[in-house]
Structures are given as C-alpha cells and as structure tokens.
Design a protein around this ligand. Structure first.
Ligand code: DC
Length: 233
C-alpha cells in the first residue's frame, strides 16, 4: 500500500448484477471518497454513437468519437449526473438499447484506451472508489485494495428484474438471466481487457448478504490492509 488513508484507490470489478455500483457508492460515501462508475462512461459514449447512427463494429470511427467526446461524472445527492458534451444523459444511458450497445462498443481496444486514460486522470489525486470490469487488472493494477464482487446468476437476474420494475418496465426473470449470460460471455470472452478477477482481489459473493454487510466487509478489508502496511499486524 503506497498511499495514505485519505487518498487510496479502491478497485471493484465483477459481472453485471453483482451489486458493484450500489456497494461502491456506499463505500465511497463512508470513506468520504469520490465514486467513479466506469460503466457509465462506456454507456455515455455508446449513447452518443447510437444518436449519431454509427456502426458499432467500426472501431476507427468509435475511437475518433471517443477522442472528441467530453464525458463528465458529477456527484449529485445520492446519485451521479452523467454528462456528454455538457448534456445530461443519466437516464438515457440506462436504457436497454444503450446497455446492449455498450457491451459492443467496449470490445474495441482503442476505444478502451481512451476511456482508461480518462479514468486514470479522474483518480490522479486518489481518494477514489471505481467500479467496472478491468479496474483492478488494467486501469489500476497498483490499486491499494481490489475487490471482485459476484453473485449467483438467479440472484443477479432477480436484482435486474427489480431494477427494471422500479423504472416502470417489466421483463421476465428467465429472459433477464439469458441476457446476463450473454453479457457475461462478451465481457469475459473479449480479447481486450476481459473481465477477470485480479490475482490480489478479495472475492465477495453478495448473493446472500445485505448491502451493509457487503460494505462492512469491504471496510474491514481496507482497515486490515492499512494496518498491515503500517506494520501493526
Ligand atoms: O457496468 P455497466 O453495465 O454499466 O457497463 C456497461 C458496459 O460497459 C458493459 O457491457 C461492460 C462495459 N464495461 C467495460 O467493458 N469496462 C468497464 N470498466 C466498465 C464497463
């Protein structure tokens, strides 16, 4: 651990529906850190690509788009505002079409390198909790503490079901489970920065735990690492 208590970098990776963003947001709040949702950045770029009617398989074109697009994440009450070239798109990027597109756009290595550079700039001062698929493996291989969150497929599908219901739509749990499986396969099977657990990451299965239990376990691990680094254990 090279950083001090106030400016650690905490990396959280894991598949869709593992509870990463909810846990990361609460952990950041408890630590007084900034939360960065890296998935929202891929979604934001994909939203713009869809608006422009771009071919999601055209890497060069998407790379150019990434270069010329400003993506900003601004803290606001209990959520973050996502801005693309100054326009607020927090709601739009959660739509199904954008979700599907982001899973394709994030396959391209050169698009990822633009995003990774942006993510590193956002955490330059430390004091950040960032979640995604490649945070502990690629974006911050030297993160102070790394977590890998996971949960059983049926639990993840049920969580998505509730999220979608809360947004006023309905989709069957079985259909969602199939969709999650397909996204897992894409995230874990792609050539560039596939989702995998970093060697030093602590795995937390969130299937049977409450949010506060998960975040308590994370805080405990951070305290343990800090104490070990200071030679107390
Ligand atoms: O976490 P999410 O569902 O908001 O992510 C949207 C998409 O972006 C998802 O298909 C995986 C991809 N992603 C990625 O490739 N790397 C990250 N660090 C974060 C998300």
């Amino acid at each position: 651990m090279r950083r001090t208590k106030d400016c650690l970098i905490i990396a959280i990776d894991g598949p869709v529906g593992a509870g990463k963003s909810t846990a990361a947001r609460l952990l950041a709040k408890r630590l007084g850190y900034r939360y960065v949702d890296s998935g929202a950045m891929y979604r934001a770029l994909s939203w713009k690509a869809l608006q422009a009617g771009l071919d999601l398989n055209d890497e060069q074109c998407l790379r150019r788009l990434a270069d010329e697009t400003s993506i900003a994440l601004e803290p606001a009450d209990d959520r973050e505002l996502i801005l693309v070239d100054g326009q607020e798109v927090s709601r739009q990027i959660r739509e199904r079409e954008v979700e599907q597109a982001s899973s394709k756009v994030s396959i391209h290595p050169s698009v990822r390198s633009v995003m990774v550079a942006h993510q590193r700039r956002m955490a330059a001062q430390g004091g950040v909790v960032m979640d995604g698929r490649d945070i502990g493996t690629v974006v911050f291989p030297d993160a102070d503490v790394k977590f890998y969150l996971t949960a059983r497929l049926e639990v993840r599908a049920r969580r998505r079901h509730l999220e979608i219901q809360a947004a006023g739509a309905t989709r069957g749990v079985d259909e969602l489970a199939e969709e999650i499986k397909a996204r897992d396969a894409r995230d874990m099977g792609r050539r560039a920065s596939p989702l995998r657990k970093a060697d030093e990451a602590v795995t937390i299965d969130t299937s049977d735990s409450s949010l506060s239990q998960v975040v308590d376990a994370m805080e405990e691990e951070i305290r343990r690492k800090l104490a070990a680094a200071q030679g107390f254990t």
